[in-house]
Design a protein around this ligand. Sequence first.
Ligand code: 9MR
Length: 568
Amino acid sequence: RGQALSEVIRLNQIGYYPTAAKIAVVVGTVEGPFQLMTSDLKKVVFTGTLGTARQNVISGKTTHSADFSTFTKAGTYVVVIPGLGHSYSFAIRPNVHRDVAIGALKGFYYQRASTDLPTKFAGKWARPAGHPDNHVLIHPSAASASRPEGTTISSPLGWYDAGDYNKYIVNSGITMGTLLSLYEDFPAYTKSLPGNIPESQNKLPDLLDEVLWNLRWMLTMQDPADGGVYHKLTNARFDGMIMPDSAVKDRYVVQKSITATLDFAAVMAQASRIFKPYNRELPGLADSCLSAAVNAWKWAKANPNLAYNQNAMNAKIDPDVVTGGYEDRDASDEWIWAAAELYVTTNDDTYYTAVNLFPDDKTPLPSWAKVRTLAYYTLARSAKSLTAIGKKQLPLVKRHLISMADSLIRGADKQAFQTVMGKSAKDFIWGSSAEAANQGIALLQAYRLTDAPNRRQYLHYALGNLDYLLGRNAVGYSFVTGFGSKPPMHPHHRPSVADGIDEPVPGLLSGGTNANAARQDKCAGYTTTLADEVYIDADCSYASNEIAINWNAPLVYLATALEALQSE
Ligand code: 9MR
């Protein structure tokens, strides 16, 4: 029929569940009929009419939706707009996001430090080990009586944070919290997720094996002398675009910080209750995690004002460290998260009452710097096992979850792509893809843990944000490497750039559209300043096209949770 590919038809490039909503969006002023055809363009299987115009409040552009939700037959299809062309092909079938869920989890394997990735598990992205991290220097900022400047510690394993090779405790915090919560929320489904990792044959679920790789590193970042946790393990400056085994500069642990120590306490407390049933496989681990958490909490109480301030540190101390800062002057939310995790794991009310868990009626969307709401997820999820004091305030916790979910879905139907993501230009920050994924998680928490009248809408819009990530968005990319017809091919990710293989390492979520990216990374090639369109698939674009563990984790959560819930 002479139809050409039209990139203005935006949809989930992976596909749709048979019984769920199925929406494509056309950017432009086209009206009239649309068709669903088999992907060979031979047969029309469904005809509909494009929806009424929606106005994109960010760009001013007009969009129309093609809603084929009532069509449920499994197969591979394209959306066709007569006169305009056809979309990328996509599937309608059960389990349609399972490969994305598995792939995004596998993304963590590719980020492993201190180990080679053999072909058996890494395919063509096999590579030798980098960063043994067994002789890590105590940076002068971290020097203490038992660990003076210039001495070394061993701090191997862990995941590389992002496109760079450093390991940051703060960012590991929310990443681990998200993956551990996925396990707590969907244990049965999660146990069935195959990792194809070296540990796949052992008795642990692969998700927990992957988490263990980073947990074991985190444990080494605590100073046994006082319980404080070093803010990060890092080079003094970023490496060039080289492979891990070529990146051999000195590694340091820098000063302890309040945010790193509290995030560590939260993760260790949560890990302790999750690994407890695996004491036979991992003797003593759960106990070690709990004492690590308790010691970190004690250090935090004694050092509440030790924020990490890289410029101030560099002004006083050499060598200067200029890698990722993860600076956060406000630790009030880290206190709340750590207190909640310690309380739930120990049932000790003193943690619950140690800080004001509900300082105001806000429920901030989780990010590396804002972890308060992770506490509410944990309290709501643990409802049945809370002590009296926690049970009493459960209605308040649920009100927080519902008010967040309601404010997320408010007006989403009018949004140009009918997604919660992108209602406002404020969504398009550094790592906006994780905003979309974390909005999805917030909606799923309110869906699962409350009986809100809108809860089915929460589920609907959580799936809508996965559609966003996989292509129904203002730039037409699927933001996950290796998934979809138009994924990032040039992420800011050192192994993907340096390995000589055309395809980037798969299963990694690009940070995505970022209104301020051009000013932040000064990469050449940005063509627009429209907030929802500032994205380039270029490896110099670390502000719009890097990958990071705290972005991948909510993708793993969202894709896995939606798979687990697909029949609801
Ligand atoms: O994700 C971080 C983002 O919120 C910040 O705005 C940005 C600038 O400070 O840093 C991002 O984190 C980067 C980290 O500092 C170093 N590793 C790569 C991370 C992703 O770009």
